[in-house]
Design a protein around this ligand. Structure first.
Ligand code: HOZ
Length: 426
């Protein structure tokens, strides 16, 4: 074995389960050896062999301004020099809360945490605490982190509560989670007509990024809002992935609908661990120390992480930032679609802001079932053909992709040229 990535992977597997600290990184879905990253700059990262890749995962969303942006790095260095963690409040946390409340419709108060999982888990607890109800609704294919109540798949019937998707999740937890079909408004209406007064909340990715990119229809979002309001249930938008990605004001601005609670992460940490949940002030008033819903964290609002996040939030508000990001992402997916068509490959693509989806299918999927019907083997071959040419896509057919502000015309053209060769070999 001479490839340094192979050597590192073999070594990692001795002390870390599967050799990775998050399963998708292990390349199990696409096969082959994961690349061990040594450094990143702008739209690129480099592996242990010093092979350069155009990066289309951007740390799964956070690297929206490009890797190692000089302003972010200098803010982090300055914050680190003042101390790494205090376990006491800082002014930076107030600034970040003010910024989030200004930018995200529906957020009047916000609590900072360290990961998307913490944000969704806490939002669920808040919804249950505020409504004094246990039952929640999620949708097949939406991923909201790895809290017990959320690692659940559909039961056998419409009103049958779910089954765990992970060992270690007690059925006593999953029995409170009802899993419905994404973009199926009729199903939602039927469930609320029957047990609406027992539902604490709906949690949804309004633009899903964990079953590849799938957009909710306007009708689906409107139906959720209407039913939650009518039945006193809480509508939670999980915008950990799509927040600050689909646009500066997130999916709520895109759909013109306000959630009661919103979960954020990724971009708001600019590459360091910051996430958040926030929403209506009357609901947030249930949180300790004001109310009876408990949540806490030693590293919540960490000063170095907040410095990275705040600087990122300032950069993305520069004039033309989202116009450019959206145009470049659209250029990418249009170019890839044209290349596939020229090669006679069944393929389509979609983009919302700086997020995109690639599908080896004849039309853009609108549900988990439709996404699962796409040609996974063909994606896997395409993934490796692109990787061999220095283009790093998400190592799974069921993940969204991300473009940064540093993906300029040259980078996009280089990617499309690589895709032309890859499609020709499929
Ligand atoms: N939760 C991410 C996939 N949707 C993976 C995160 C990671 O491996 O860094």
């Amino acid at each position: 074995m001479t490839d340094k990535n192979d050597i590192l992977f073999a070594r990692a597997q001795k002390t870390t389960p599967g050799g990775v600290n998050s399963p998708v990184r292990a390349f199990r879905s696409v096969g082959g050896t994961p690349r061990f990253i040594t450094r990143a700059q702008g739209p690129y990262f480099w592996d242990a062999e010093d092979q350069r890749y155009i990066d289309y995962i951007g740390s799964w969303g956070p690297a929206i301004v490009g890797h190692a942006h000089p302003e972010v790095i200098s803010a982090v260095q300055a914050a680190a020099a003042r101390g790494l963690s205090f376990g006491a409040p800082t002014e930076g946390e107030i600034e970040m809360a003010e910024e989030i409340c200004k930018l995200v419709p529906g957020i009047e108060q916000v609590r900072l945490v360290s990961s998307g999982t913490e944000a969704t888990m806490s939002a669920l607890r808040l919804a249950r605490g505020a409504t004094k109800r246990d039952k929640i609704i999620k949708f097949e294919g939406c991923y909201h982190g790895h809290a017990d109540s959320l690692l659940v798949k559909a039961g056998s019937g419409l009103l049958t509560f779910g089954n765990p998707t992970s060992a270690g999740v007690p059925e006593d937890f999953s029995k409170h989670t009802l899993v419905l079909d994404y973009n199926n408004s009729q199903q939602l209406e039927e469930v609320f007509a029957s047990i609406g007064d027992q539902i604490a909340c709906i949690i949804v990715e309004p633009v899903a990024g964990n079953m590849n990119l799938i957009r909710a229809t306007q009708e689906f979002i409107d139906t959720m809002r209407k039913l939650c309001t009518a039945h006193g249930s809480i509508l939670i938008f999980d915008e950990v992935m799509c927040g600050f990605r689909v646009g500066l004001h997130g999916a709520q601005a895109l759909y013109g609908v306000q959630a009661d609670l919103t979960c954020l992460g990724k971009v708001i940490g600019g590459g360091l661990p910051v996430a958040a949940f926030g929403g209506r002030a009357d609901l947030m008033g249930h949180m300790a120390p004001l109310g009876g819903v408990y949540q806490a964290g030693t590293l919540s609002g960490n000063p170095v992480a907040v410095a990275a996040g705040m600087t990122t939030l300032k950069i993305i508000q520069q004039p033309g930032f989202y116009e450019n990001l959206t145009a470049q992402t659209r250029k990418l997916v249009d170019g890839l679609s044209a290349a596939a068509k020229a090669a006679g490959v069944t393929f389509c693509a979609d983009a919302v802001g700086g997020m995109f989806g690639l599908y080896f299918a004849s039309e853009v999927p609108g549900s988990y079932a439709a996404m699962m019907a796409s040609d996974k083997d063909r994606f896997n071959r395409f993934f490796h053909l692109m990787l061999d040419q220095g283009v790093y896509l998400a190592p799974s057919a069921f993940e969204a992709g991300f473009v940064s502000a540093q993906h300029d015309d040259t980078i996009i053209a280089e990617t499309i040229a690589a895709a032309e060769k890859a499609f020709a070999q499929l």
